[in-house]
Ligand binder design. Structure first.
Ligand code: OGA
Ligand code: NI
Length: 355
């Protein structure tokens, strides 16, 4: 993603939603997303119960019995091949620490615009505070503001867009990033084992210089949640993504219906990006998801995007290609860049990886 080519400079950055809300400006036009084709009549289900829950501790701990581990691995395989996501518990990170990262995120967005704008990104920047550039005619904007930062590989970490207030921000994010790296190791190994593959195969595809990007999302309250989305439907261009939320709002598309991801302050929500679908030769599903807006509450989330090393070719694992399951995807390099070009036009890029 870092090698992404900048849009032409006449493309304007959109306004900060938080500032518009503060000034009592709530323009509808460019934000309307839910009527018409974006919603395409898919049913909105508020029932959160069916979203799979996976206990990562059962997958990684040496004290788990073989039987228990096998059962949880099977649950994982089934979750990722039907839903493409799971609510992860037993990840070993204290809830008090998860509360800390939620809190520094809230504190950052709570500050006056002048303070946040010190970290504003220009149209050409990828890192920093802001939102996507104003899209081409006819595409809608999201009712959210963001702070996007690269955290791994460490030598690509540039601290100037990292907030200095709250003062603990840097330390908390560094700590969180280390913990997320551990979660990606456990998850990548478990995913491989669930498919009866060598446990390191996905980690090797991601590479030693695998990328981890943090995106702090702030969803302001919105007077027209019936028309406006916090984040439009999309699949991530990542390998996979790990989302921490405070309030409900995230929904996933499964079998033509939108399901709300439950609020669980102890959980990390893991969702497959397009590149995991490629590496698993289509067994795991890159998940379409969106964020609905809410007229009463604001919401924050921290999304960690785990993506293969820059310039590294990835593709379906050889052992997942056979007579019954022919190769569906070709090898791709820097798919996240292709993803981004399509994303800006509200399109999915996965077809570009099809054979
Ligand atoms: C994203 C995303 C979900 C959320 O940032 O790509 O899907 O809950 N975020 O904010
Ligand atoms: Ni996403």
């Amino acid at each position: 993603m870092a090698a992404y080519s900048a849009p032409p400079s006449e493309v304007l950055l959109s306004k900060r939603v938080q500032e518009m809300v503060l000034h009592g400006e709530e323009p509808l036009g460019p934000y309307i997303c839910r009527s018409g084709e974006d919603n395409d009549g898919k049913e909105d289900i508020m029932d959160t119960s069916p979203i799979p829950i996976i206990d990562l501790n059962l997958l990684s701990s040496s004290t788990t019995s073989d039987n228990e581990r096998e059962q949880e691995l099977e649950k994982l395989r089934s979750a990722l091949s039907s839903w493409g996501c799971f609510q992860g518990i037993g990840h070993g990170i204290q809830t008090s620490f998860l509360d800390k990262i939620r809190q520094v995120s809230r504190e950052f967005f709570k500050q006056p615009m002048e303070e946040k704008n010190k970290y504003a990104k220009s149209v050409d920047d990828f890192q920093g505070y802001g939102a996507d550039p104003v899209p081409e005619q006819g595409q809608s904007l999201d009712w959210s503001d963001r702070l996007f930062l690269e955290v791994f590989p460490e030598d690509r970490r540039k601290y100037n867009p990292w907030p200095q207030i709250p003062i603990s921000f840097r330390e908390v994010l560094e700590d969180y990033s280390e913990k997320m790296k551990m979660v990606t190791e456990i998850t990548s190994k478990a995913m491989a084992k669930s498919l009866k593959l060598d446990e390191n195969c996905f980690l090797e595809q991601f590479g030693k210089q695998a990328q981890l990007h943090a995106r702090f999302n702030y969803y302001s309250p919105c007077q027209r949640p019936d028309l406006i989305l916090g984040l439009k439907p999309h699949a991530d261009g990542t390998g996979y993504s790990i989302i921490l939320q405070d309030e409900v709002g995230l929904q996933v598309l499964e079998d033509g219906k939108w399901y709300t991801v439950p609020k669980d302050p102890t959980a990390l929500f893991v969702l497959m990006g397009d590149q995991m679908e490629v590496m698993s030769n289509g067994i795991f599903k890159g998940l379409v998801h969106r964020v609905v807006s809410n007229s009463e509450r604001d919401r924050i989330s921290v999304a960690m995007f785990y993506t293969p090393e820059l310039g590294k070719e990835i593709g379906p694992e050889d052992d997942l290609v056979n007579m019954d399951r022919p190769r569906i995807y070709k090898k791709v390099t820097d798919y996240a860049e292709t993803h981004w070009k399509f994303y800006q036009r509200c399109l999915r890029a996965l077809h570009t990886a099809h054979i």
